[in-house]
Design a protein around this ligand. Structure first.
Ligand code: NAD
Ligand code: RM4
Length: 255
């Protein structure tokens, strides 16, 4: 197998489980040293680091709540202290506490904004500053969503954050292009992880979501690893400001 990220240092937020963990392992499989941020799941973070090390790469787990801007600078500093540089930054951490619109609690709305969008902003800014100081470019990938493009009845607080991330990558692609830093997003469809475990416990909804997917199944976290590694790698050297749907075709399936 050609190793696409040989010698690179990759940072991933929210990577103790789910898509973030799959991206971290995918990067290690392609020859990268990987630093992960995690919020509470110490066991998951330690297991992810062990898996990275078992692939012959260096791994580091740094605890921190991304909604606090100081977490961003601390994460980038810890990774730089450990590995000497930051080549790739994957903004993945996110929450989606499904809730109806008309009685959305203020704190649920604000928390979702702070984690998914404010957190991403400060993380991307911290990683970008490190890359600019290094002077040899880099790649930033945001885990946005199909929900940047379509709505969700119980996601009125969440879909704007995913549209915001998509937009953030477009604007940072312009702001950082002169530094050789590429900024792109992946837009996953419905991927089976903890974030939607309760929502998809409703078998009727789960079947309906799966039936919309031309490839015939809901996604697995590993389905995101390849697209993220691709965007991080030099194979995508002229790709910036782009977004890649990774949804088994769900978005285009109108009729
Ligand atoms: P997940 O719940 O397994 O992963 C979310 C991760 O973010 C967890 O590791 C969690 O600990 C971390 N996290 C949450 N709040 C945090 C905080 N304040 N600080 C640091 N870390 C925090 O679910 P997932 O599906 O793997 O989600 C990862 C990303 O993918 C999210 O941004 C989500 O919006 C996005 N996404 C998921 C799907 C899907 O269907 N699963 C689809 C589109 C986009
Ligand atoms: C995604 C998409 C999925 C949902 C997750 C939580 O963006 O809307 O359907 O399960 O978020």
């Amino acid at each position: 197998m050609t190793r696409l990220l040989e010698g690179k240092t990759v940072l991933v937020t929210g990577a103790s489980a789910g898509i973030g963990r799959a991206a971290a392992i995918g990067a290690a499989r392609h020859g990268a040293d990987v630093a992960i941020n995690f919020s509470r799941d110490t066991a998951g973070a330690e297991a992810a680091v062990k898996e990275i090390e078992a692939l012959g790469q260096r791994g580091l787990a740094v605890q921190g709540d991304v909604s606090d801007p100081e977490t961003a600078t601390a994460f980038v500093k810890a990774a730089t202290d450990a590995f000497g540089k930051v080549d790739v930054f994957v903004n993945n951490a996110g929450i989606c506490p499904f809730h109806a619109f008309l009685d959305m609690p203020v704190e649920t709305f604000e928390r979702t904004m702070r984690v998914n969008l404010h957190g991403a902003y400060f993380m991307v800014q911290a990683a970008a500053n490190q890359m600019v100081n290094q002077g040899h470019g880099g790649a930033i990938i945001a885990v946005s969503s199909i929900s940047a493009l379509v709505g969700g009845e119980y996601q009125t607080h969440y879909t704007p954050t995913k549209a915001g991330l998509h937009s953030l990558m477009q604007s940072t692609a312009i702001a950082l292009g002169r530094h050789g830093i590429r900024c792109n997003s992946v837009l996953p469809g419905t991927i089976l992880t903890d974030i939607n475990k309760d929502d998809l416990a409703d078998q009727e909804k789960r079947d309906r979501m799966a039936a919309r997917v031309p490839l015939g199944r809901l996604g697995e976290p590993d389905d995101l690893a390849g697209p993220i590694v691709f965007l991080a790698s030099d194979l995508a050297k002229y790709v910036t400001g782009a977004s890649l749907l990774v949804d088994g075709g769900a978005y285009v399936n109108l009729q």
